[in-house]
Ligand binder design. Structure first.
Ligand code: ADP
Ligand code: MG
Length: 386
């Protein structure tokens, strides 16, 4: 099997005409539980996965930044001094936006050297596994090192988020970048999105004979134009209606008052966030006390809350989840921002093929296109590879 680090080196040389200085990579992530809680200053529990975006970087003798990707036909570039969100568009807004955001975080873009980048990835795009955070985080660690910025991981996560919010125009939270930058082998990243404090929580899937199966429905979503921004606005309206600065400040005890105060739709949006925060806390507690075989009910409950209260599921995701549950999964839920993308199922390693066959069959029966299924393991966050 060819090594992606060799491939990206060759790709870099082909596009830019010289050998790269180094190679950095960052993983995609899967969110075990805690959906649409991040921008409500709540809790999330993602982990970095064994699929990565790899960046080869070379330093230029001028002050231009050029980016190319196996994924795209054309190279894009801009003088560093001209970087601004309004000047960026398309896929290159992710890597160029990170450079701009590092400038906002204190990098002197008039003084740092120009760079050439070439990017390859094994993170599927638009599957809810955050190929966006993978590219942002890989570029962020690479630029931080060659520009000698000395920013810590939370600061790099904020730069990735700023790039995605302002340069790409997707109002996403800090979870994805945090997982991609802070992840560790066999651990989930328990993140408090208010304080930005994080703790690593041992997952122990392999030890318990479990695997995490991703079922990518292939239904595509688009965070910048889809329902994501709409849900975010509902959460803000709910918080305003309840007189709190964010939904993090509400607990289950506040739900009766929320039901009286808010319209039904806003109430259900709020109830999802409030109960989902509690499910994250419960999952962390159960993982630590009883281990992963005991978290199934929490995963199942999370899916119902997203399907019925937050209304971000689609029939393909519901079918994947229900079929996994009916065929021996410990628990299952859709994951990611919703409106498509992937579901996850925590499954006994010995029963995985039965579940895959059942899901394939159910999708065929419903006339849905065949989903892509693969397992992921919890892996290390962004790093220099060469
Ligand atoms: P995801 O759920 O995968 O994060 P997003 O819509 O948030 O989906 O981000 C996907 C976008 O990120 C792609 O459409 C592309 O613009 C950019 N992107 C991700 N990976 C790469 C890559 N390897 N090369 C170029 N662009 C990428
Ligand atoms: Mg994304």
């Amino acid at each position: 099997m060819s090594d992606i680090r060799d491939d990206v080196t060759e790709g870099f040389e082909h596009v830019h005409g010289y050998a790269p200085l180094g190679i950095w990579s960052a993983p995609g992530r899967v969110n075990l539980i805690g959906e649409h809680t991040d921008y409500n200053e709540g809790f999330v529990l993602p982990f970095a996965i064994n699929r990565r975006t790899v960046v080869a970087l070379g330093v230029r003798d001028d002050s231009r930044m050029n980016v190319a990707s196996e994924f795209a036909d054309e190279m894009a570039g801009i003088p560093l001094a001209e970087l601004a969100p309004s000047r960026l568009e398309g896929w290159s807004a992710y890597p160029l936006g990170v450079a701009w955001a590092l400038g906002e975080a204190g990098a002197d873009l008039a003084a740092v050297p120009g760079v050439d980048l070439y990017i390859e990835s094994t993170v599927p795009v638009g599957a809810g596994l955050s190929s966006s955070a993978a590219i942002e985080s890989a570029v962020a660690v690479a630029l931080d090192e060659v520009w000698q910025l000395g920013l810590d991981r939370p600061a790099l996560a904020r730069a990735g988020q700023l790039a995605e919010n302002k340069a790409v125009g997707a109002p996403t939270g800090i979870m994805d970048q945090s997982a991609s930058l802070l992840g560790q082998d066999d651990h989930a990243v328990f993140l408090d999105c208010r304080s930005l404090q994080s703790e690593l929580v041992p997952l122990g899937f392999a030890e318990a004979g479990l695997e995490l199966l991703i079922i990518d429905t292939g239904v595509s979503h688009d965070h910048s134009t889809g329902g994501y921004a709409d849900r975010r606005a509902s959460c803000e309206a709910g918080a305003a209606g309840m007189g709190v600065s964010s939904l993090r400040d509400l607990s289950a005890d506040d739900l009766p008052r929320a039901r009286e105060t808010l319209d039904d739709e806003t109430f259900r949006r709020v109830r999802h966030v409030v109960t989902e925060n509690q499910r994250v806390l419960d999952t962390v507690r159960v993982l630590r006390s009883e281990g992963p075989t005991a978290i199934g009910d929490l995963l199942d409950a999370s899916h119902l809350s997203m399907r019925d209260d937050f209304e971000i599921s689609v029939p393909e995701l519901d079918l994947a989840v229900e079929t996994a549950q009916a065929n021996g999964a410990i628990g299952a839920r859709m994951t990611g921002g919703g409106f498509g993308g992937a579901a996850i199922a925590l499954v006994p390693a010995s029963g995985i093929s039965r579940i895959q066959v059942a899901i394939d069959g159910a999708f065929a029966e419903h006339g849905f296109s065949q989903p892509t299924m693969f397992t992921v393991t919890a892996s290390n966050g962004a790093q220099r590879d060469r």
